[in-house]
Design a protein around this ligand. Sequence first.
Ligand SMILES: *Cc1c(COP(=O)(O)O)cnc(C)c1O
Length: 391
Amino acid sequence: MSAPVGSDRPFLNRRLAAFGTTIFAEMSALAARTGSINLGQGFPDTDGPAEIAEAAVRAIRDGRGNQYPPGPGVPELRRAIAAHQQRFYGLGYDPDTEVLVTAGATEAIAAALLALLEPGDEVIALEPFYDSYAACIAMAGAVRVPLTLRAPDFRPDLDALRDAITPRTRLLLLNTPHNPTGTVLTREELAAIAELAVERDLLVVTDEVYEHLVFEGGHTPLASLPGMRERTVTISSAGKTFSFTGWKVGWITAPPALVSAVRSAKQFLTYVSSGPFQYAVAEALALPDPYYEAFRADLAAKRDLLTEGLTAAGLRVFRPQGTYFITTDISPLGEKDGLAFCRSLPERCGVVAIPNQVFYDDVEAGATQVRWAFCKKTEVLREAVDRLRAL
Ligand SMILES: *Cc1c(COP(=O)(O)O)cnc(C)c1O
């Protein structure tokens, strides 16, 4: 049995060899070991609405969802997802044939890519990538083609997108609002992308888990553009919108032929998941507008607080239009390598952040970028800002 010299994972196959451990594991362990404030991993430090947590408890007590729920998801949740798409975007989806509940957005991404791609197909994805994209494309045996978002604006280069499309391109993998840059694609950008998708007959998988965290203007689902509904798999999740990331309730909305394809892959991944939580998320989606407004306003204020603090600490801040992350440039501090910077940061000031370079194939393009999560309590962010003054 031959393993690459020095490999600590001799049994990992070639498709996954490059995806050993995620940076989040390393940095969260570092945070725990040094007692640092963890602005690395993007999970809220406050749970979502108490009445929604109660709804989950009630579902368990009432015996709803304690056994395998239906493969596509419980009807209450599928109806609530369809109603949500209608209420916020005027998009009509049939809860029985055009909605599929998944184990978080993570499974939705995996199932969509495993179901829709043939080995060798090319997938164009916005770089920096959310960390599961590259691994899932690899598991599908497909080839990722990055469309790099570059500082300082992190806008997609639409000419580069046109040039990147080849006869082997099967699918565009989008993410708006975009983690980690905070870019929210404009209607014009979405329209240009849509036009290319129609012209070149591409499928689109769009990860919209931060749909309710757009700070200026609103969120435009790609599926709402002309010609897109029939070729788009839209992904979202309860984790980010309702601050229950541990529940792992996600979903796709798409036309019946795409839903049934994704379901074929999904049934052999988890089959089903999160039974009682599905009932609770159905109630969450129906929360009145003030919930969504307060959620966004709270995070907008936290964005401003951390933006100010990072600026005062001497970093260049790229103000995010959406998500709960801020990307910064550390070069004004005389720093050249984000990974080294993040590894030394706990020692220097007791804060943990994530180097964006791990989300790039083109490591140079992200070498000096560092990401900070602001989905934390105000006093935690204040303390972090205080500590960062030591830089
Ligand atoms: C958090 C996140 C996910 C994963 O969502 P889950 O519902 O927790 O699986 C997917 N995509 C992006 C861009 C994310 O930030």
